[in-house]
Design a protein around this ligand. Structure first.
Ligand SMILES: NC(=O)c1ccc[n+]([C@@H]2O[C@H](COP(=O)([O-])OP(=O)(O)OC[C@H]3O[C@@H](n4cnc5c(N)ncnc54)[C@H](OP(=O)(O)O)[C@@H]3O)[C@@H](O)[C@H]2O)c1
Length: 309
């Protein structure tokens, strides 16, 4: 496993992170085993959110911590807040009171008195950075949150929060996979008149690198917006052939190659994997055992029908 220093406290966190969005059907005992597998492989960071499974994913983690003494202290735990579901529909809420209320509810479900990291899940257009800063301050002073970050935010949004808050943002969690990489397409087609030249992210990668923030890729094996995995998918034949080839060369699985493609970007990269299987956790950890060569990275980039300028 490889590690990066995270946030102001510079805790060493693994580049491969376990995501828990897809665990609601599992038992707490199974979740405990999944976490133990992660630790065996050197994966020490776990990502969750208040909305996953309507709060049940945090509850399962909490139960697993209680059932396995010592487990909680070995895990760098990250949760998220801000997406609200009501009977009338959903919306996003970065208000001070709601952030604090959401964290308190998460801690209760997680059966812990703090989380190592809190991310604001999706941008709230109505956000007021001073209010966010006050919420961060209160949560930090109470020892409930050690590091703060964001998810799915562009650089201008991060700058607004960073200007108000005394806590430097530690991470931005955004969608990235070899089959979903609009940010890289824009980096490669600068000032061109073709579609890939459209910059949809506003330079998240460059901003995070400059601010020493971790970039946490989500849906690392998916294409589209929750459209399914590209691994073994017939519509991604060329990509799968390339992944298979490289998997054979490096003695790993195609999934590990797909993760190595993400981790190859030269910044503080993390890949959040969403598997519910111990075997896939072990296979994914191998992504840190090798580094893709530059031509291999570009071959994979092109293997989903993209072209270089
Ligand atoms: N910040 C955000 O807005 C945001 C949004 C979405 C997700 N996330 C975070 O990112 C984490 C990962 O997202 P994700 O779950 O979409 O990631 P993912 O790792 O791309 O997808 C996991 C899914 O792919 C399946 N899978 C993995 N390898 C496979 C293979 N070789 N063949 C077939 N299926 C395979 C898994 O099935 P098995 O369980 O059977 O292995 C699981 O259903 C989430 O848990 C969450 O923590 C954040």
């Amino acid at each position: 496993m490889r590690y990066i220093p995270f946030g102001v406290n510079e805790a060493q966190v693994s580049e491969v992170v376990l995501g828990t969005m897809r665990i609601p059907q599992m038992s707490a005992a199974e979740v405990g085993e999944l976490l133990e597998t992660c630790l065996d492989e050197g994966i020490n960071m776990v990502d969750t959110a208040d909305i996953y499974g309507g709060g049940h994913c945090e509850e399962l983690l909490g139960e697993a911590f209680v059932a396995n003494p010592g487990l909680r202290d070995q895990v760098f735990l990250q949760t998220k807040c801000s997406i609200r579901f009501t009977e009338g529909g959903s919306y996003f809420d970065f208000s001070k009171d709601y952030i604090i209320e959401a964290v308190d509810a998460s801690l209760k479900r997680l059966k812990t008195d703090h989380v190592e990291s809190l991310l604001l899940h999706r941008p709230d257009v109505l956000m007021e950075p001073d209010e966010i800063a006050e919420a961060f301050d209160e949560l930090h002073n109470a020892g409930k949150v050690l590091e703060f970050g964001v998810s799915n935010q562009n650089p201008m949004q991060m700058r607004r929060i960073a200007r108000a808050s005394k806590y430097p943002l530690a991470a931005n969690q955004i969608q990235l996979s070899v089959a979903f990489a609009p940010a890289f397409e824009a980096m490669l087609n600068v000032n061109m008149e073709n579609d890939p030249a459209v910059m949809r992210d506003g330079g998240i990668f460059e901003y995070c690198e400059r601010k020493d923030m971790a970039i946490q890729a989500w849906s690392v094996f998916q294409h589209g917006y929750f459209a399914g995995t590209f691994l073994g998918a017939p519509e991604y034949e060329e990509l799968n052939v390339k992944l298979d080839e490289l998997a054979e060369k490096y003695g790993v699985t195609p999934g590990a190659v797909a993760l190595a493609w993400i981790l190859r970007y030269p910044a503080k990269m993390q890949a959040v994997i969403g598997t519910t299987k111990a075997s896939r956790i072990r296979e994914s950890a191998r992504a840190c055992d090798f580094t893709l060569e530059r031509p291999e990275w570009y071959d994979l980039y092109k293997a989903v029908g993209r072209q270089l300028p």
